[in-house]
Ligand binder design. Structure first.
Ligand code: CA
Length: 222
């Protein structure tokens, strides 16, 4: 036994997936189609999707935000975990990737719950802020260009309600954030943001070592 997070070899990882993930057929199909895509590594891990779906239900999320849609797996996970009146505003810049997303959202019968905005996310988030939607979202998932993370985080912090949750993907960045030899811009941006969130007294946060690292940051209630 260890009081440190276990390293996962393949056998233990597959055990974890087998004993954690419940995926509706439509999500399995979307995951399999995306696995053939040249940018397949941009899709979230199924065990991560399971955790996010649990968090969405735990929080009673009815209004959610996503920055970075890709082929729509995480968005579909989130909306399937929301009640019928739930709505997700989804931001992406790619018509090509999100065409796949739309197809699966239709197939799952939840396309009407997703408001897809094709534009730079900072613009969409600013529009929401200008439209007085601050403090109104229950949940925000950030999984897009890493250089934009600090801005997306600040904008999401305005848009999420007190007690709402911001989830940031890829915060361990294949372990590179802990390797001082790696000094590229994206790694340094993630490093600075991890440091900033750790000391951000506007949130209560936990960096969860699932998939490529997932930060959960709850906006404080007061
Ligand atoms: Ca990601």
């Amino acid at each position: 036994m260890s009081n440190q997070t276990l390293p996962l070899d393949d056998r233990l990882y597959h055990y974890l997936v087998d004993h954690s993930v419940h995926e509706p057929e439509v999500l399995v199909a979307l995951r399999h189609e995306t696995a053939q895509h040249p940018m397949a590594q941009m899709q979230i891990a199924p065990e991560q999707g399971q955790l996010m779906a649990l968090l969405v239900q735990l929080l009673g999320v009815t209004k959610a935000l996503e920055v970075g849609v890709f082929t729509g797996y995480s968005a579909l996970r989130v909306v399937l975990a929301m009640p019928p009146e739930g709505k997700l505003v989804a931001c992406d810049v790619s018509e090509e990737y999100t065409a796949i997303a739309r197809r699966y959202w239709e197939q799952a019968g939840v396309a009407h719950k997703i408001d897809l905005r094709i534009a730079p996310a900072t613009e969409t988030l600013n529009q929401l802020i200008q439209a007085d939607e601050t403090n109104s979202f229950d949940f925000a998932f950030i999984d897009a260009d890493k250089s934009g993370y600090p801005t997306y985080y600040e904008q999401a912090l305005q848009l999420v309600r007190p007690g709402g949750l911001i989830v940031l993907d890829n915060v361990l960045w294949s372990g590179q954030v802990a390797d001082p030899a790696v000094q590229d811009n994206r790694t340094n941006t993630l490093r600075r943001l991890n440091e900033a969130i750790h000391h951000d007294n506007r949130v209560v946060a936990s960096l969860v070592p699932i998939a490529d690292g997932l930060t959960l940051a709850m906006k404080k209630r007061c």
